[in-house]
Design a protein around this ligand. Structure first.
Ligand SMILES: C[S@@+](CC[C@H](N)C(=O)[O-])C[C@H]1O[C@@H](n2cnc3c(N)ncnc32)[C@H](O)[C@@H]1O
Length: 231
């Protein structure tokens, strides 16, 4: 069963966005070429090829770990929005054989040693249930979410969808984190950000905002790291 989403509540504007995308097809292919060039020229993309990481996103998590010491051997970690697997790779390396990384994404992801993967839409109740079943009673040390919806470029559509995903991630963290556990999430600055920050402060003893170097400066994304789950 679907958990109700902003997009399902706002079908008319979703359809408007789809037709605007169709109308701008020529412009889209020009911007796709620009995106590809920027992607291939990106030093973090090039580094990820050399160093065997599946995505440039790995360098965001490595930088966050260097600053905030996210991982220890033996930890149990949930990775939401995991595909293609850059964060899961880093997490699995850091938690080692005694640890567990439980990853999920709406897209397929190639298998990774030390990572259990559940494919499905996180807004669906069945995916939440599958994650909870896989965990059993195992307390979780860190819940991470790098989920981001497909961006239409229209803030009125993208922002509520992005906020909904991160709110669901917090909901899972509240259900699974051990006392003093941590939560790390990508959040886009805009409507809904401040109430979300407030909710984090109510649930955790300390919340900090991070913008790792690999996060593009023009992007409204920041990472919120919450420490000390009140349980
Ligand atoms: C920025 S990418 C994640 C990159 C990943 N952390 C890595 O290191 O390779 C965002 C991910 O969120 C996923 N996503 C978006 N909406 C989702 C949903 N409703 N349920 C599950 N995953 C979703 C996308 O499929 C995409 O793989």
């Amino acid at each position: 069963m679907a958990r109700s989403t902003p997009s399902s509540r706002d079908g008319a504007s979703g359809r408007r966005a789809a037709s605007a995308r169709r109308a701008g097809k020529g412009a889209a292919s020009k911007s796709s070429a620009g995106w590809l060039k920027e992607h291939f020229d990106d030093p973090y993309v090039q580094r990820s090829w050399q160093e065997g990481y599946r995505s440039r996103a790995s360098y965001k998590l490595l930088a966050l770990d260097e600053k905030d010491r996210l991982f220890r051997p033996g930890m149990t970690v949930i990775d939401l929005g995991a595909a293609p697997g850059g964060w899961s790779q880093v997490a699995a390396e850091k938690v080692g054989d005694e640890g567990l990384v439980l990853a999920s994404d709406i897209l397929e992801m190639d298998a990774l040693a030390g990572v259990e993967f559940i494919q499905g839409d996180f807004t669906e109740e069945a995916v939440l249930d599958a994650l909870l079943d896989t965990l059993g009673n195992r307390p979780v040390d860190l819940v991470m979410s790098d989920m981001a919806p497909n961006m239409s470029g229209m803030a009125a559509i993208d922002q509520p969808q992005a906020m909904y995903l991160v709110e669901l991630a917090l909901d899972l963290a509240q259900q699974t984190l051990a006392p003093e556990g941590r939560f790390l999430a990508k959040v886009f600055q805009g409507e809904g950000f401040d109430p979300f920050l407030k909710a984090l402060r109510e649930n955790f003893r300390r919340v900090v905002t991070r913008k790792p170097e690999a996060s593009r400066s023009r992007s409204r994304e920041v990472y919120l790291l919450a420490d000390g789950f009140r349980g």
